[in-house]
Write a protein that binds this ligand. Sequence first.
Ligand code: FMN
Length: 157
Amino acid sequence: MKTLILFYSRTGMTKKVADKLAVIFNADTEEIYDTVNRSGASGYLLSGRDATFKKLTTLKPLIHNINEYELVIIGTPVWAWTMSTPVRTLLTEQKDKINKVAFFCTQGGSGAEKAFIQMAQLLNKKPIASFSLLTKEVAQDKMSDVINDFATKINNS
Ligand SMILES: Cc1cc2nc3c(=O)[nH]c(=O)nc-3n(C[C@H](O)[C@H](O)[C@H](O)COP(=O)(O)O)c2cc1C
């Protein structure tokens, strides 16, 4: 299945998972970049506010053409118990181009399930598989079981 992984990562955790998935799925991968500076403490506060109020942002243009892929895997950090603002923007702008979809996220503690529900609502499409990992699991490289389950679900879909 021709697969594209699209993800946003503010501090590298979601990127670490995306890089692992890219190898497992032999997929093309693209990091989403925001034009807004979200680094540091002020970036954290801004991001929390943007996520809470479901704001959109301006993304840098994508390189890959989503239309060309049978499956798109979307990765986001959880922000304020929902998806990150750049991923909300991506889904809002690209939803008509997405065929099959799967989700993953990283989070400090909780909010992934709510984020996935809102992502599915935004796309008007259920994911064929999804998983979440805690930041500490990613940092300690404790990801294999969850990722293997995800891969099995996708391969059986
Ligand atoms: C603005 C903001 C809000 C966050 N809100 C949550 C939250 O509601 N629940 C949670 O478990 N983690 C929350 N986090 C923590 C991130 O989800 C977590 O650190 C994630 O692994 C970061 O991924 P990244 O390194 O790819 O950016 C938040 C982080 C930020 C920056």
